[in-house]
Design a protein around this ligand. Structure first.
Ligand code: HEC
Ligand code: HEC
Ligand code: HEC
Ligand code: HEC
Ligand code: HEC
Length: 428
């Protein structure tokens, strides 16, 4: 019993000398953690609040430009922005964001009511002013009475996702925090900086279907789900945003599956051949999504086909022995999933099969090719629509044909791997 005394004392001493500071330290840590949490919460709120204002379901008109703006400062024309922001303008011109009003959407708008069309324009030509110009172009009923002002050139109808759609509200500029010290006096009354421009949520405005809009689903899956895929990715955990990969060094390039170099960064492909017997080989390809911060590919639209072929060495004869498609295949009516072989970020897909060699003694080679069809789903849709060409106007048919031609021109071979089939070891 007596032993407990000193022990108790020891504990009390510990409490005084050690525990107390520990408790204090913990409390402090807790406090700072709390502080950091509230900081983070405030920050989250600001980005969210900013984005709620910046990307409402329908963008309001810009209104009249400030009187002191020069014609150049007032213009919503990307070319006018390009007078001072040449690099962004040149890059944007090469990006798909400047082609969002191509033939692929134009022929469909020709068949739509204004209300249906405006739903598409929300992402493809989002400015209120663009919608008005498209309405004039399409002969839709609800059009502005007055002629377009000088700061709104007519060509904005076809200009796609213009600078102003992302950067200008009520003729005010918004952008990411400046990279360098800037003078006090800037053109267009300067700009308002927001961290939101460097956040993936900025892109989610168009690259994510929102639950509250009750978007259509196929086999329970959202058609546009890139942001959610990104959120579940290893890259999101490391703080790598859409902009990190798609706008490196703030460049306005937005390369994606249409670009071979970009797509090559997405995957690591390996071909493994194992001789199982005198005339059998096991062929296995692995494709790992190492560099896309979302499914490879993210949407139902692109397809990537693995084509395996067999060739006898020293002979030109080559024969396809296996095909496998990576992608989300959905029927043209968007009601039924046919298969979904997309590869989530970080994951690996194996494609393997045994092969019987036609001649066990000959020397063989296997070739694996990856063929990319960036707009496969649209090509199928366009071809189906052309079957009903007799019900469409001449203009719509020619626009549709152009859309199909343009989609077909985007096909490319991503890579090719050649590997000799290992020989069957001769017993000694
Ligand atoms: C007369 C020249 C001029 C015109 C025209 C112009 N800008 Fe600017 N803008 C500037 C200057 C100078 C700055 C200061 C920072 C810089 O140089 O990027 C700036 C800053 C910006 C920023 C903030 C950059 C950052 O660091 O976040 C954005 C965004 C921007 N402009 C967008 C536009 C858009 C969009 C248009 C066309 C609708 C446009 N500007 C037209 C000269 C111009
Ligand atoms: C939520 C935003 C959003 C809405 C709304 C939207 N799109 Fe798109 N659209 C996209 C994105 C993002 C892409 C690019 C991704 C891809 O390749 O599918 C795209 C690509 C396309 C393409 C392929 C590109 C081309 O020019 O051939 C067509 C065609 C198209 N959309 C038509 C439409 C039509 C028609 C509507 C309205 C019924 C519509 N879109 C509504 C976001 C949207
Ligand atoms: C799809 C939306 C979008 C469009 C369209 C767009 N931008 Fe940007 N812009 C951004 C985002 C996002 C950033 C910030 C990127 C970052 O910080 O990583 C940015 C950054 C900028 C900056 C700051 C660049 C720097 O180096 O600090 C300028 C200036 C700018 N944009 C001008 C333009 C002009 C001019 C156009 C049209 C030719 C344009 N933007 C089109 C989204 C867009
Ligand atoms: C770690 C880099 C990385 C991040 C982060 C990333 N992407 Fe990508 N993205 C790629 C690569 C590489 C491709 C080309 C291969 C592919 O299509 O998956 C691509 C393709 C795309 C495509 C082409 C269409 C398709 O079906 O694949 C779109 C659209 C896209 N990304 C949008 C986004 C958006 C929006 C975000 C943020 C929510 C994002 N990406 C985040 C690397 C990235
Ligand atoms: C206002 C709507 C809108 C916003 C905001 C937007 N995009 Fe897009 N984006 C589109 C549309 C529409 C397309 C389809 C272009 C086409 O093919 O016609 C597209 C195409 C792309 C592509 C090319 C995909 C391919 O098939 O190669 C990439 C990459 C991309 N966007 C990334 C981004 C990133 C990153 C952001 C955020 C900085 C962003 N987008 C913001 C509407 C938007």
């Amino acid at each position: 019993m007596g032993n407990y005394g000193p022990l108790f004392l020891e504990v009390k001493m510990l409490l005084k000398n050690l525990l107390l500071p520990i408790v204090l330290a913990l409390l402090l840590a807790g406090l700072t953690a709390c502080e950091r949490n509230t900081d983070q919460a405030a920050e989250t709120l600001t980005v969210n609040q900013f984005l709620n204002n910046h990307w409402p379901a329908v963008l309001p008109p810009q209104g009249k430009p400030p009187d002191h703006f020069s014609a150049e400062e007032a213009s919503l024309d990307p070319q006018a922005c390009g007078e001072c922001h040449a690099a962004q303008y040149e890059q944007w011109l090469t990006s798909l964001h400047s082609h969002t009003m191509g033939a692929g959407i134009q022929w469909q708008l020709q068949l739509m009511s204004q209300q249906q069309g405006n739903k598409c324009l929300r992402c493809h030509a989002p400015l209120a002013e663009q919608k008005a110009l498209v309405a004039l172009q399409q002969g839709w009923p609800n059009t502005p009475a007055a002629a377009a002002p000088a700061w709104l050139p007519e060509k904005l109808a076809d200009a796609g996702l213009v600078c102003a759609a992302c950067h200008v509200r009520r003729h005010q500029r918004f952008g990411p925090p400046a990279r360098a010290e800037l003078p006090e006096e800037l053109p267009h009354s300067g700009f308002t900086a927001s961290q939101a421009f460097q956040d993936s949520r900025f892109c989610a405005a168009c690259h994510q279907h929102q639950e509250q809009d009750k978007p259509p689903r196929v086999n329970g899956k959202l058609q546009v789900d890139t942001w959610a895929q990104w959120q579940a990715s290893p890259q999101a955990e490391q703080g790598i945003h859409c902009q990190t990969c798609h706008m490196p060094d703030r460049q306005h390039l937005w390369r994606g599956i249409h670009d071979a170099d970009m797509t090559r960064q997405a995957i690591d492909v390996k071909l493994q051949l194992d001789r199982l017997g005198p005339d059998t080989v096991n062929v296995e390809a692995t494709v790992q999504n190492i560099g896309a911060g979302h499914h490879f590919p993210t949407y139902m639209v692109p397809k990537v086909e693995l084509v395996f072929s067999l060739r006898q060495l020293d002979s030109a004869r080559e024969r396809v022995i296996h095909r496998h498609i990576i992608g989300w295949q959905v029927n043209v009516e968007l009601t039924r999933e046919i298969f979904d072989t997309r590869i989530p970020a970080g994951e690996t897909q194996r494609v393997g099969f045994p092969l019987i060699l036609p001649d066990a003694d000959a020397a063989w080679e296997i070739t694996l090719m990856l063929e990319v069809t960036p707009r496969e789903h649209y090509e199928r849709t366009f071809r189906r629509s052309l079957q009903k060409a007799d019900k469409l106007s001449e203009l719509t048919v020619s626009t549709l044909r152009r859309a199909l031609r343009e989609a077909g021109a985007t096909h490319y071979r991503l890579l090719e791997i050649n590997q000799p089939v290992p020989g069957w070891p001769i017993a000694n």
